[in-house]
Design a protein around this ligand. Structure first.
Ligand SMILES: Cc1ncc(C[n+]2csc(CCOP(=O)(O)OP(=O)(O)O)c2C)c(N)n1
Length: 288
């Protein structure tokens, strides 16, 4: 995909807007996940504004591409992408996490058109993606299924059961994206104290692990649009195996005090936190 400077700037702008909507929604709700949606921002924008064959007016179209957020706790990032793309009013994000809202802390496909799977219990997103990809093959449908997993998410055994089966069926219409931000919910207890930064990563050597499971594995920079699109193109061109895109990302990316700090996995946002985040995002947008 050729990316003109104007289009590149537009996508970067969407990622900044997505981050702003995430931090504002979590501030308003008084609860929610931040680090994971921030690390996934460019990947979500690349999918929802360029890659996925979707139409906000036809959210149940049988031929649409499917997307599953296996790391469902990052729901507010997905809701912000869906809102920016026109699946729901931006103002509805103010209902995030409220009782009876369509925007629950974890995605509920039974209430929100545009969601292809309900998720939240870690490790469960790749299995339905595998089912959708198999169904597409069986029915002769050309849609592609994309599943975003996290490194903590993929500590669950069910991810690897699905990985094994997808490779066995050679599902080249299935692409997983690992948001490889290197952090889970907590640090480890070590001799340096709880949460010390010398702990083991949640997922080590993901490329070789996925290759050992029979997948085509590609590494990319998950915050760089040209690199992301190049990985998407390689995934789509590959035949005979499912592909995993191992996207190197930074947890909390874009907000200085959240970056690489697992304490910002999930935390209320104070008025002061919000102000600083908004100021930083405004400065990033002005610099585009
Ligand atoms: C089965 C299950 N166990 C525990 C949790 C609680 N939990 C929510 S998010 C999370 C960490 C997820 O880490 P990762 O997949 O790396 O997410 P990211 O860093 O991208 O936010 C945990 C343990 C859960 N949602 N489901």
């Amino acid at each position: 995909m050729s990316l003109t400077p104007a289009r590149h700037a537009e996508l970067k702008c969407y990622a900044i807007q997505l981050r702003r909507l995430v931090v504002e929604s979590v501030h308003h709700a008084g609860a929610g996940h931040l680090g994971g949606p921030m690390s996934a921002a460019e990947l979500l924008v690349a999918l929802y504004f360029a890659e996925l064959n979707i139409d906000p007016t036809q959210p149940r179209d049988q031929d649409r591409d499917r997307f599953i957020l296996s790391k469902g706790h990052s729901s507010i990032g997905l809701y912000a992408a869906l809102a920016l793309r026109g699946f729901l009013p931006i103002e509805e994000l103010a209902t995030f996490d409220a009782i009876d809202s369509r925007l629950q802390g974890h995605p509920d496909m039974s209430v929100l058109p545009g969601l292809d799977m309900s998720t939240g219990s870690l490790g469960q997103g790749l299995s339905p993606g595998l089912g959708m990809a198999l169904a597409a093959r069986l029915k002769g449908q050309g849609f592609r299924t994309w599943v975003m997993i996290g490194d903590g998410d993929s500590q669950e055994g069910q991810i690897w059961e699905a990985a094994f089966v997808a490779a066995r069926y050679g599902l080249d219409n299935l692409t997983a994206i690992l948001d490889w931000n290197g952090l889970q919910q907590y640090g480890w207890a070590t001799e340096k104290g709880y949460g010390a930064l010398d702990r083991l990563a949640a997922q080590e050597n993901p490329l070789s692990r996925w290759r050992a499971f029979g997948w085509n594995a590609i590494e990319t920079d998950g915050h760089d649009f040209p690199a992301i699109f190049s990985a998407f193109a390689s995934a789509k061109a590959h035949r005979g195996q499912p592909t995993i895109i191992v996207a190197r990302t930074v947890k909390g990316k874009g907000i200085s005090y959240m970056e690489n700090d697992f304490n910002w996995h999930s935390k209320p946002v104070t008025d002061q936190d919000l102000k600083q985040a908004q100021d930083e995002l405004v400065a990033q947008e002005a610099a585009l």
